[in-house]
Design a protein around this ligand. Structure first.
Ligand SMILES: Nc1ncnc2c1ncn2[C@@H]1O[C@H](COP(=O)(O)OP(=O)(O)OP(=O)(O)O)[C@@H](O)[C@H]1O
Length: 257
């Protein structure tokens, strides 16, 4: 679905990611893990085609991202940014319908398919009752679920999500992340998501990409890379993993001083 080839990302004089050769296949659900400032959001924006790599390239569907016409690219990948600001008064339904524009061609107005897709996405995020509300009046968690609904309405095979669980209460963290995992497992969608909650990431992801922030990286199946010793090194803090039935619970060790 998406791959990087000798991809390097710098910020100023600092190399964040060096020579990343990484392949994400259809149906896989990846978590990107690393310390604050390690380069996770910078990588995700590059995967979305919103930032030019400092070296190497990103392919979507085997074709360099720079070669995709924008409207076609918008039917391939949807991107959830870490934060958003709403400068204008739009209703929730208008916000979600705007995600259908890649399917409009020369048509200006939405049709019934667009409305059906928007309502379905709002239902899935349990915000259909807010359809007529001004987005500027929503709580943080409600706004986050509307943004994810817009992504779902965009109906792309690839979902790129920067901290999707941000601002969500416990129940919605579980239901939203569970939905994303199901979309990958049952509909063959591909997800790459950033998250700081290791337990949640492990419960929904098939794979993880760890970033050190100095160029180094490690990619693999969660069983191979989400190990206490490796995570402790990448996150700069020792971690314990406790088995609870089939689940793995990740706990940061307490400072002993
Ligand atoms: N426009 C910019 N100007 C200067 N520094 C920048 C800019 N954008 C990003 N950086 C720096 O690049 C580094 C990587 O930022 P990035 O947002 O990718 O980190 P992250 O891994 O997503 O962090 P977090 O977990 O805090 O969200 C950080 O040190 C950040 O301060």
């Amino acid at each position: 679905m998406i791959s990087t080839h000798q991809l390097s990302l710098n910020i100023g004089q600092r190399r964040l990611i060096a020579n990343l050769d990484w392949r994400v296949r259809d149906g896989e659900c990846w978590s990107v893990i690393g310390r604050n400032g390690a380069g996770k959001s910078t990588l995700l924006r590059t995967l979305a085609g919103l930032r030019t790599p400092d070296a190497g390239h990103v392919d979507i569907g085997g074709r360099p991202i720079a070669d995709w016409p924008l409207a076609e690219l918008a039917r391939q990948r949807a991107f959830l940014a870490q934060s958003r600001s709403d400068a204008f008064s739009y209703s929730v339904i208008e916000t979600v319908l705007s995600a259908r524009h890649p399917y409009h061609g020369n048509r200006y107005w939405e049709d019934s398919d667009d409305h059906a897709a928007a309502i379905k996405a709002l239902d899935a995020m349990e915000v259909a009752d807010l359809a007529e509300r001004d987005v500027r009046t929503l709580s943080g968690g409600e706004r986050q679920r509307v943004a994810i609904a817009a992504m779902l309405a965009q109906d792309t095979p690839l979902l790129l999500l920067d901290e999707p669980a941000n601002a969500l209460d416990l129940a919605h963290q579980v239901s939203v992340m569970g939905l994303l995992a199901r979309l990958c497992r049952e509909q063959g969608k591909t997800a790459v998501m950033i998250g700081h909650d290791l337990t949640l990431a492990h419960s929904v992801s098939t794979h993880a990409l760890l970033l050190m922030g100095d160029g180094r990286w490690l990619a693999g199946a969660t069983a191979e890379v989400m190990r206490a010793d490796i995570l402790g090194e990448y996150l700069g803090h020792p971690i314990d993993i406790i088995q609870h039935g089939k689940r793995s619970i990740f706990i940061p060790q307490e400072d002993t001083e």
